[in-house]
Write a protein that binds this ligand. Structure first.
Ligand code: HEM
Ligand code: HEM
Length: 183
C-alpha cells in the first residue's frame, strides 16, 4: 500500500505563499490609497481590484488542486480540538478568500464601475443592479469579512508559532521547507 503523503506538493506551497503575499499586498494597497490623493490614490484602488480578482482565480485553482490532492495528516500528537481549530481556520480562509473578491467585484458591478484588470483588459461585470446603495451594502460586507480575515490570520500565525516553538513538531517545516526538519 502506498505511504500516505507527508509533504505539500510544490503547487500547494507556491499557491499558499503567492496568495499569502497577495493578501498582504491588498492591505498595503488600501493603506496607500487612504494616505494619498488624486489619480495615484485611485490607481491604488484599481490595482487592489486587479490583485483581488487574481486572488479569486488563484483560490479557485487552489481549491481544485486541494480536492484532487487532499490535505496531509496533522501530527498524531495534536489534540482533537487543536485539529478541529486548525481545519476550521483553513476552511474559513477559503471562504474569506472567495467572499472578499466576490463582494468587491459585485460592488463594482452594482455601481456600474468598469474594472480594468491591470489596464490590460476589461473584467466582465456581474449582472447586479441597484447602483450606489447596493454597492455600499456590499462594501459593508467586504469590510466585515476583512475583520474575519484578520482574526483567522492571527489564529493561523499563533498556531504556526505554537507548532514551531511549543510543540516543536514539523508543521512549519511542511509549509516553509527552508526551516530544517526536526528528527
Ligand atoms: C494571508 C496569509 C495566509 C493565508 C490566507 C493562509 C492560508 C492557509 C490555508 C488555507 C492553509 C491550509 C492548506 C490546506 O488546504 O491544506 C494553510 C496552511 C498552512 N499555513 Fe498558511 N496562510 C497564510 C499565511 C501563513 C503564514 C504567515 C504562515 C507562517 C507563519 C503560515 C503557515 C502555514 C502552515 C505551517 C500551514 C500548514 C498546516 C499543515 O501542515 O496542515 N501561513 N494556510
Ligand atoms: C482577497 C482579496 C481582497 C482583500 C484581502 C481585500 C481587502 C480589503 C481591505 C483590507 C479593505 C479596507 C477595508 C476597510 O477600510 O475597512 C478593502 C477595501 C476595498 N476593497 Fe477590497 N479586498 C479584496 C478584494 C477586492 C476586490 C476583488 C475588489 C473589487 C473588484 C475590492 C474592492 C475594494 C474597494 C472598492 C474598497 C474600498 C476602497 C476605498 O476605501 O475607497 N476588493 N479591501
Amino acid at each position: 500500500m502506498a505511504e500516505p503523503r507527508n509533504r505539500y506538493s510544490i503547487v500547494s506551497l507556491a499557491l499558499h505563499w503567492l496568495i499569502a503575499a497577495a493578501v498582504v499586498a491588498q492591505v498595503l494597497l488600501i493603506m496607500a490609497h487612504e494616505n494619498s490623493e488624486g489619480p495615484i490614490s485611485r490607481e491604488f484602488v484599481n490595482i487592489h481590484k486587479s490583485v483581488g480578482l487574481t486572488i479569486l482565480v488563484l483560490t479557485l485553482a487552489r481549491i481544485g488542486w486541494r480536492v484532487m490532492n487532499p490535505a496531509i495528516r496533522l501530527p498524531d500528537e495534536m489534540k482533537r480540538w487543536e485539529k478541529l481549530l486548525a481545519r476550521a481556520t483553513h476552511v474559513l480562509f477559503y471562504v474569506v478568500l472567495l467572499a472578499l473578491p466576490l463582494t468587491g467585484w459585485a460592488a463594482s458591478s452594482a455601481s456600474g464601475r468598469m474594472i480594468e484588470w491591470f489596464h490590460l483588459f476589461q473584467w466582465p461585470a456581474l449582472p447586479i443592479e441597484g447602483g450606489r446603495p447596493v454597492a455600499r451594502q456590499l462594501m459593508d460586507v467586504h469590510e466585515t469579512v476583512v475583520k474575519g480575515l484578520y482574526v483567522l490570520l492571527a489564529l493561523h500565525v499563533i498556531g504556526a508559532l505554537k507548532h514551531q516553538f511549543i510543540d516543536r513538531d514539523n508543521v512549519l517545516h511542511r509549509m516553509i521547507p527552508l526551516i530544517p526538519r526536526r528528527p
